[in-house]
Design a protein. Sequence first.
Length: 515
Amino acid sequence: MGIRERISNAWNDLLSRPLTDYIMLLCIVVILSCLGVVMVYSSSMTWSLREGGSVWGTALRQGIMIVLGFFAMWLAMMMRPQTIRSLAPAFLVVSIILLLAVQIPGIGTGREEVGSQSWIVLGPIQFQPSEIAKVAIAVWGAHYLSNKGPVGHWFWNHHMKFAAVGGFMTVLIFLEGDAGMAVSFVLVVLFMLFFAGIALGWIVVAGLLMAAALVTLAVGGGFRSNRFEVYFDALFGNFQDVRGIAFQSYQGFLSLADGSGMGVGLGQSRAKWFYLPEAKNDFIFAIIGEELGLWGGALVIALFAGLLYFGLRTAKRSHDPFLSLMAATLTAAVASQAFINIGYVIGLLPVTGIQLPMISAGGTSAVITLASMGLLISCARHEPEAVSAMASYGRPAIDRLLGLKEPSSELTRSNVPVRSKKAPAGAKTSKAAKESKATQDRFGQPVTARAKTRNPATRTDPKRGGTPRSGTSSATGRGAAGSVRNRSEQNPPRPNSKNRGGSADRGPWNDRYRR
């Protein structure tokens, strides 16, 4: 067996395991977050020393926010999907209120510092409502669009109502002056509509409108048009103003070129010595390429590609529409943000100011991103095969370490209600009955458990048709057949709604059996 076949067999064996998506997503998120703390420390040494007198200042703050983010991720993993779904409308309302509040002068800040009024400061805490809005629209959209097709008028249906809410929130974000975040939010809305099954024609129309808006910004002059000018310079490798508008992109190119294949070594970057602006935020991928080289950059890309693959695989394997939509949209949102950041650092896209999730230095953005990853990991824990595996073999070691309860299978079972007889008051329940009830709570009522009828239908039932059997083990021949016919004529089966061939007033399940 060759090396290629061995690798293929090992990969197939990994994918066949029921907890693969859950474990892989958890590992990828932890690795990206830890790598982010290391790279923030390496890229922020000079700025931290200049601002606070210690090289650990920015890295320490980032480490604290990552710890808080892990706590938020743990809380999201602890929540039951039913609880998340019930809180989705309130989550959306709160995010819209925050988007409206940031428009008020005195509450929203950042216009003078970064050029966009997109921050709310509450004492030592500052956050971007648009970051919360991206997660809120994904969770609420999954709640609203699950189990709902394009019902209603061809124009004003569930998909269009969701698009209207998303469009309103996009306008609020654009009014903040943050065009990059507005584009990122629009992508989340489009991803949700795509995964919910909207016609591709509407996606094409939305893409054309976005392209028209970008062209308008490009020819309209001002700062945003300069971004497109720098973009075309970077795309063709011909920078015109390396000391002006193209300074940051040009320095990012130099950092990647200095890194070459193996990099200059961790902590040995020269660009962070006040050559590359925003080295710890927007252009941290350039520092990764410089210090860790081509292989370090490829590792980061591979980790985000793995997040995209296993996240979409989780959405595909989930049987619940809510979990499937939420997993797919959250995955696409984070992965697209990462690839947009990497794209403009290497010159394939215009600079938008979107950070590299879980790696760039960020306060509440790191917490919110990790919380959304907790929701994604929770979806992976509630895959039907994962639920069945934990029910049969117990929780994995990481679940016991984190104190996570065994996931419920309520969302993966059929919604058909099952009636059960109530035990009389004071009656004791046997151990076998308790085990049987626990099994039914996990997996539902067995398929073979059907209600017994007092008068089962026979082949002589006029509504079933057919001819009687020729005999039984104790009677054979024409006489036996005649006796069966006589008994059926004397005691015809009474109409019974539980009987498949009985009452004419059949339910949907009996109609299905009849067909």
